[in-house]
Design a binder for this molecule. Structure first.
Ligand SMILES: [Zn+2]
Length: 531
């Protein structure tokens, strides 16, 4: 049986840009557009031309993409003609393949927010769709608050949807703008709409305020809708939009959907979705959600030894899909709960062939347990584990030695009369016979120490040039005055590789320094730097 085409509409750059703390530059938007286009979404909604210089800039020229670039904006204002509305004119002037209008479909909003009549709102929908069609654009209409509107006055919500469809809109998109609708309600209402408008012209735009935006999107598809709107990593206002990084793998890998529907995302592109998800977080300079379905670092991580030995024999015992299909990795966490099987599997993954009866294996396991008792967390710090294993198996060169370091923090009044706190670090390193001293100032003691340590490592400097710290997490363990501090540092390099290292000490600077050292040494090992 031929599969039906299901369309994906990405609004990371428009609705996703509403996220608290997210500010895309034009360069960010273009980079994300590239990622999305390679992924294979059908539509990329990039912004609101005329609303700000960045979005206007995006639509100032034709962007040659596989996906249809989509400009977003409002229908004509009440009481104005379509040809005499500057907002609409800016939207229609945009270099875009498609135009997505947003319009009210809840009578309450028409009355209170728009302060116009129900009939005038319908006329505005009809006129705006017709004007964009006349300009040769594909047209979508986002019916704002559709589900709440439908519950309040179904005939009017439907009339808005029908007005757009009858005027020639390719898609009528039902929006759960406040995000409070539940999956069974979505399924029922979309089913009723699809009796009036063919499902292959109906889309769903779900928000995640009850943590069910993904479920609501699938409920709409089951009821007949054939376009899903969402964002990468579920970016979006409040609790976010439907997460395409979860929806796409489900559509591709779960037979209920994979057998019925075809989407624009190829198997090869699906194999990069974990990287794409990660790339967005990198661009936003925020830590990735480790527990994100499919794409998170922990999505295929197993801790307990008994599960691990089963996974080694038959991965399907504890995995709902193979991690490599989404470009993720199986991870057997090495921790004090783990047995030999985790350890062996992890060693194999990082490229050590160790016999299961090798006595060094027991030593490594003991070392992990002992250090975890002190507060180290190797399951979160893959690179520190690898170094520990390499050291016990005798394979890490002594690249350099830190003879001493000194960090100070000073608060003073600057020339402008402001109270400022600055940190300064001095690090004395020995590389072979060469003694090197570096000093640096930073916005905090760890930052200063990091800058000083990586300022001059002599012959190794070239190997660490691309090293970057991407996340820094501190946790105080056991509380009270006996507390120890655990620092986890996440690093990345010029090849896009990521790793995490750990340090533990009663002193936060010392703990940070251990994690920094592990990161630098790990990078040298990985780059094959000579001893
Ligand atoms: Zn929205």
């Amino acid at each position: 049986m031929p599969r039906e085409r299901l369309y994906l509409f990405d609004t990371t750059l428009r609705d996703g840009a509403q996220t608290n703390g997210v500010d895309f530059t034009l360069a960010d938007k273009l980079a994300i557009t590239c990622l999305l286009d390679e992924l294979g979404v059908d539509y990329i909604e990039a912004g609101y031309p005329g609303a700000n210089p960045i979005d206007t800039g995006f639509f100032a020229e034709r962007r040659p993409l596989k996906a249809k670039t989509t400009a977003f904006g409002m229908t004509r204002r009440p009481g104005r003609s379509a040809s005499n509305d500057p907002g609409l004119a800016a939207l229609l002037a945009a270099e875009a393949d498609a135009v997505c209008f947003v319009a009210k479909s809840w009578d309450y909003h028409v009355r209170v927010a728009l302060e116009t009549s129900e009939e005038e709102n319908l006329a505005s929908i009809r006129d705006s769709v017709a004007a964009a069609r006349a300009k040769g654009r594909e047209v979508l209409l986002d019916c704002e608050h559709f589900f709440d509107g439908y519950k309040a006055k179904a005939t009017y919500a439907l009339a808005c949807a029908k007005a757009a469809y009858d005027a020639g809109a390719r898609w009528v998109v039902l929006c759960d703008t406040n995000g409070g609708t539940l999956p069974h309600e979505v399924e029922k209402i979309v089913g009723e709409v699809c009796q009036q408008i063919p499902g292959d012209h109906v889309g769903i735009h779900a928000h995640n305020d009850t943590e069910q935006a993904v479920a609501n999107s699938f409920a709409a598809v089951r009821a007949g809708a054939r376009q899903i709107q969402g964002t990468l990593n579920g970016l979006g206002e409040r609790c976010g939009n439907a997460n395409l990084a979860s929806i796409i793998p489900t559509l591709k890998l779960k037979s209920e959907y994979a057998e019925r529907f075809e989407i624009g995302v190829s198997d090869a592109a699906l194999g990069h979705i974990a990287r794409v998800s990660r790339a967005l977080d990198d661009l936003l300079n925020r830590a990735a959600d480790r527990h994100a379905p499919y794409v998170g670092e922990s999505a295929f991580a197993t801790k307990a030894g008994i599960h691990a030995s089963a996974i080694m024999k038959e991965p399907a015992t504890y995995e709902h899909v193979p991690p490599e299909r989404v470009g993720n990795k199986r991870k057997l966490l090495v921790s004090d709960q783990s047995g030999r099987s985790n350890l062996l599997a992890e060693l194999e993954r990082i490229g050590f062939a160790v016999d299961k009866d090798d006595p060094r294996l027991s030593r490594l396991l003991d070392a992990v347990k002992e250090r975890e008792a002190q507060g180290y967390a190797y399951e979160s710090a893959d690179a520190s584990f690898e170094l520990l294993a390499r050291r016990l198996l005798g394979k890490v060169p002594r690249y350099f030695e830190v003879e001493k370091f000194d960090v100070n923090v000073e608060q003073r009044i600057n020339a402008k009369g402001e109270r400022v706190t600055v940190s300064m670090a001095v690090v004395k390193v020995k590389v072979g016979e060469e003694a090197l001293i570096s000093a640096a100032e930073g916005n905090g003691p760890v930052n200063a120490l990091d800058l000083a340590l990586r300022k001059d490592l002599g012959k190794y400097q070239g190997y660490i040039a691309g090293l970057e710290l991407t996340d820094y997490r501190v946790r105080i363990l056991n509380g009270g005055t006996e507390a120890v501090t655990r620092v986890l540092i996440e690093s990345a390099d010029e090849n896009g590789d990521h790793w995490t290292t750990v340090g533990v000490s009663a002193n936060i600077i010392d703990a940070s320094f251990q994690a920094l050292m592990d990161s630098v040494v790990y990078k040298l090992v990985k780059s094959g730097a000579p001893a």
